[in-house]
Design a protein around this ligand. Structure first.
Ligand code: TRP
Length: 476
């Protein structure tokens, strides 16, 4: 009897030790976590996706709905994910089980594995486009091309399957190298310099673009709201874009929350990230739309928008070679800091999920498996874009479109909805309260109450209504 008890005790200790190992990385400083979260949030979603989605959906009216979504859903959901991660100390795989002691929420963990994998399929392809444009900037390829030639230049890239494969795989390898050598801290330190540089560069570009003749038409397109363009689908796209841009709705920030220093203030961190991310998206719009109208492009051009408009802007700038090389370098780095977070979720998931199994995966093996999975997803995407695999085109759209649509308009809203319900109805109010309070800053009781009501009722009901309305099941 006694021996059995000792054995159980030892087994429990061993279990705890292994559990400890899975979350061995912590951010040593508060700034480190803010930089990593901001690095994850600020990326192609702001500079590439936001302008083209806004352009397709009517400009100003989309912008207003987007900003409302960021305030009403973005901020609370960022906090919700941080609370789950910090309270459980686990990644998206273990967090729900740790907090409920049962498997009822395990489906959500699996959904948090599936979502980043699908996103990597198209995200790495676009990161590959950035790297391609960086080499073209270095070799001065797009200097003095007309608007039509710039569009053709992009189409050439799309038809060049091998080149797209090469650059996307290069992007996977760069990200895997960062995760492999655990140089995340170095990247964080680097982004302390690079992120402000990217902002500065964007400010300069905005200044130049606003001096172009005809730029005011673009500004009115971006800032004047024409609500006749708003359909339920546009509202769903705006909400999806908000999730995508802030990296919420797939457990990335649960993983980061688990690494969060105990004394970090969740509210302040989330607010800083939301402000920075929104600023970058706004700046991207202020750069792209005036240029679109000044040079005679179509704002609803689609995913190639930024890639045909940006080179045209650099032609107008002084030091055009230097500006374009610098900009595409910074954009590439912003993209890689986001792919790091996408892959990290999968890596953390795999190591944690196999920790107590017969074949535990260490970090290196997990990185290799994740990279291989990403390459599979990228291949599906590229073969369908270039038309080599016609059967991969469904309902007139290729997999690039579907991967994006399924994640932003389906998986992320559902995951986000489940996570708010989890915090609002499964966690205790006192747990949420302890996570939102720090020793330095006692958050006011009214604030906690407002947050609590938001996550219990308002946010889930609103997400559900927009989602059902967007997919046409229920009309408001
Ligand atoms: N937020 C990033 C961007 O705007 C993309 C991204 C990185 C992401 N990690 C994520 C999106 C996790 C959703 C979830 O480019």
């Amino acid at each position: 009897m006694h021996a059995a008890r000792v054995r159980n005790y030892l087994a429990a200790c061993f279990f705890c030790m292994q559990q400890e190992q899975t979350t061995n990385a912590t951010f040593s400083t508060k700034l480190g976590l803010i930089m990593a979260t901001a690095g994850s949030a600020v990326g192609l979603g702001n500079i590439w996706k936001f302008p083209y989605i806004a352009g397709e959906n009517g400009g100003g009216a989309f912008l207003i709905i987007y900003l409302v979504c960021v305030l009403l859903f973005g901020l609370p959901l960022l906090m919700v994910e941080f609370i789950i991660g910090k309270h459980s100390g686990k990644s998206a795989y273990g967090a729900f089980r740790e907090l409920t002691h049962n498997n009822r929420w395990q489906w959500l963990s699996w959904s948090c594995l599936l979502t980043p994998l699908i996103i990597t399929g198209f995200y790495f392809v676009v990161t590959g486009w950035c790297l391609n444009y960086l080499t073209e900037a270095i070799t001065n390829t797009f200097n003095n091309l007309s608007a039509t030639q710039l569009t053709e230049n992009f189409e050439n890239l799309q038809n060049h399957t091998l080149r797209m494969f090469g650059y996307s795989i290069l992007a996977v390898l760069l990200t895997a190298a960062v995760l492999w050598f655990d140089v995340n801290k170095g990247i964080e330190r680097l982004s302390k310099i690079l992120m402000p540089l990217l902002l500065l560069m964007m400010l300069l570009m905005a200044g130049r673009v606003l001096m172009l003749p005809g730029s005011n038409v673009g500004m009115s397109f971006f800032f004047e709201a024409d609500f006749s363009k708003i359909t339920p689908d546009v509202v769903l796209s705006a909400m999806g874009q908000c999730f995508f841009s802030l990296s919420i709705g797939m457990g990335a920030l649960i993983t980061y929350g688990a690494y969060m220093p105990k004394r970090q203030n969740i509210t302040v961190t989330s607010l800083q990230v939301v402000i920075l991310d929104t600023l970058v998206a706004l700046l991207a719009g202020i750069i792209i739309f005036p240029a679109v109208f000044a040079f005679g492009f179509d704002p609803a051009e689609g995913p190639e928008l930024v890639f045909v408009v940006l080179p045209a802007i650099f032609e107008q700038m002084s030091f055009s070679w230097f500006s374009s090389v610098l900009f595409f370098t910074l954009l590439g780095i912003a993209a890689i800091t986001s792919t790091i977070s996408l892959m990290e979720v999968v890596v953390a998931f795999l190591t944690e999920a196999t920790a107590h199994r017969r074949y535990p995966l260490n970090r290196h093996k997990a990185v290799l498996i994740t990279a291989a999975l990403c390459i599979v997803m990228i291949s599906v995407c590229i073969l369908s874009i270039s038309g080599s695999w016609q059967w991969l085109v469904i309902a007139g759209h290729d997999m690039f479109y579907w991967f994006d649509k399924v994640t932003s308009c389906f998986l992320m809203p559902i995951n986000a909805l489940a996570m708010t319900l989890f915090v609002g109805w499964i966690l205790q109010k006192k747990d949420v309260k302890t996570e939102l309070e720090t020793h330095h800053n006692i958050v006011h009781r009214t604030y906690i109450n407002v947050f609590w009501q938001l996550v219990r009722f308002f946010v889930p009901i609103a997400i559900l209504a927009i989602f059902l309305n967007g997919i046409g099941i229920f009309t408001i």
